[in-house]
Design a protein around this ligand. Structure first.
Ligand code: SF4
Ligand code: SF4
Length: 262
């Protein structure tokens, strides 16, 4: 017993000292568009390898324009690996959640410059002290594992006032993972209806955002938006735990859930 105590006392803090740290170089993540020029129609490697049709190439004033929809991306990394010009690179920021579905669509068009990472507006708090989150998995183990990880000692989401609860009756936030296939559509809506107002929905993972690889299939699994209003979208397959915390912080706009915690 004494030796276990001494061992624990010698351990350094497990919890990340910096909130929302960038990922180390080389860690696979969502694609991002760089300033490097794209070869356009003469290449199209990224379009060809993408399994979810998340990438489109077009032309604007004679210049190739690349569009990447992170809401469809399953983070396979094939476009990043295959791009000869490094026009597509790996995103290192973990602040990848956004308020609006259309903000997940990146483009190197000069007419629609890319948006910077979405920050919390500290003046608009809906839940002042903490939020209770009810997670409903509609069928996605990978993202569920990362949601689990948000509660471990490294990420420790309770520092931000985020707590998971076992019933929608106690919940402020409905966190949805998985593609929301036919069998889970009614249970999901009933869970939402069981929550008291104000209640908000966060779609976590590419499946929950769009259906991902399941989109358009026989199970009609096209994500949450056909069924419920969504306050924040967290892309990734699966998203990093920091990105999931970022999504909950964004969705609630709470002072306590500040990204710039002192
Ligand atoms: S990383 Fe995403 S956008 Fe790139 S090929 Fe894979 S699924 Fe498509
Ligand atoms: S692989 Fe790279 S260079 Fe080729 S079309 Fe895609 S973004 Fe452009």
């Amino acid at each position: 017993m004494l030796s276990a105590f001494l061992h624990a006392a010698k351990q350094r803090d497990a919890t990340d000292a910096v909130d929302f740290p960038d990922l180390p170089a080389g860690v696979g993540n969502l694609p991002r568009l760089t300033e490097m020029p794209c070869l356009g129609e003469s290449c199209r490697r990224c379009v060809t390898v993408c399994p979810t049709n998340a990438i489109q190439i077009s032309e604007e004033d004679g210049t190739p324009v690349n569009t990447v929809d992170r809401g469809l991306c399953i983070t396979c990394g094939d476009c990043i690996e295959g791009c000869p010009t490094q026009t597509i690179s790996s995103e290192r920021s973990t602040k990848t959640a956004v308020f609006r579905r259309e903000d997940l669509i990146l483009s190197n068009s000069k007419r629609s410059p890319q948006q910077p990472p979405t920050e919390v507006n500290l003046e608009r708090g809906m839940f002042r002290r903490s939020v209770d989150v009810r997670e409903v998995s509609t069928g996605c183990n990978a993202t569920d594992l990362e949601v689990n990880a948000t509660t471990n000692a490294i990420f420790d989401c309770s520092r931000f006032g985020i707590h998971f609860v076992a019933s929608p009756r106690f919940a402020d936030v409905l966190m949805v993972t998985g593609p929301v296939g036919r069998a889970m559509q009614e249970p999901l809506v009933r869970c939402y209806e069981a929550m008291a107002d104000p209640r908000i929905v966060v779609a976590v993972g590419t499946c929950a955002i769009s259906g991902g690889i399941h989109r358009g299939g026989y199970a009609m699994a096209n994500g949450v938006t056909p069924h419920l209003p969504v306050a924040a979208f967290v892309p990734g397959c699966p998203p990093n735990p920091w990105s999931i915390i970022h999504g909950v912080c964004l969705s609630t706009q709470s002072r306590r859930l500040s990204l710039n915690r002192e």
